[in-house]
Design a protein around this ligand. Sequence first.
Ligand code: FAQ
Length: 335
Amino acid sequence: MTTTDSAGAAPSQGGERPLGTEDALREHFDATIARDQRIEPRDWMPEGYRKTLVRQIAQHAHSEIIGMQPEGEWITKAPSLRRKAILFAKVQDEAGHGLYLYSAAETLGADRADLTRRLIEGRQKYSSIFNYPTESFADVGVIGWFVDGAAICNQVPLCRSSYGPYARAMVRICKEESFHQRQGYELLLTMMRGTEAQRAMVQDAVDRWWWPSLMMFGPPDDASPNSAQSMAWKIKRHSNDELRQRFVDMTVPQADKLGVTLPDPELRWNEQRGRHDFGTPDWAELKRVITGDGPCNDQRMERRRTAHEEGAWVREAATAHAARRSERARKGTAA
Ligand code: FAQ
């Protein structure tokens, strides 16, 4: 819903303040957030709100694009044509998610080429989870189950984010992530019905991906500098710890059904809380991975840089083609 008139000015607040003054605009913005309505691109917004959104959406877009790499490595090694086709489709979906998100960032005045440059120069982040290696085909299943599962927990509430274009992009992304999670779980169910060696591969992948998946939700609430303001603006709807807890509660029964053990000796049902207790992730590890010192950071960034450089001719050709088409259209109109 658009909250201002077509000229971008806020409606009068009972005639108390002149239209368009910063105070009146801010009041209108605050009231829109308080009413749980959406902020749209042409609405006035505080600079901090815009910057926070560009930061989060850009990091999210970069994560989707870099996130193609760990599973992408297995496309040529998938054990059957069916698995290859499924994985191909999933990895392509992630590229699509990145593109919707860059478009959402552009509605805030960001420039996609500039965001990509910032990523490549190491000035913007992407999710820690994609800095871990995929050692076996079971990792493909576990990424679908854990990583897409965590993405769903985190992103379903973002469908109600206060910024319209971000919230709407999330609706489609979440539908696709649900499919991704199911394909991962179905792959694991198949492997668990297979040989002893296959079951061991699944358990090994679970052991390696569990803690990094919990870290995807970000630092604990008391060490999360952005959460309070992002929640006040209703960009984020729940805290990092709340979403992490939801993920654990959702995943434990799925692990039981699958027949794997989650690698946390402190994990148990807490009758009083009606939720699971679980151990503390290694926050020092999260910090190291975010700051560039994870197992695959260098490899991921190197591939991203190479892909960008090797794609330069495609961007140039597409730009030249678009210019020629619009020139032809202009001449056609003039004729
Ligand atoms: N990794 O104050 P907070 C996917 C940074 S998409 C790296 O708590 P905030 C799909 C944070 O940016 C996965 N950095 O920050 C897929 C901030 O840094 P800054 C991506 C992290 O923003 C599946 C600083 O630490 N999803 O999986 C991480 O309020 C399979 C302080 O943290 C999204 O981006 C981390 N894990 O909350 C694709 C979802 N955690 O900028 C392929 C949208 C924190 O101040 C295959 N994003 N940081 O320098 C969000 O919900 C939020 O941005 C959080 C972080 C929750 C990630």
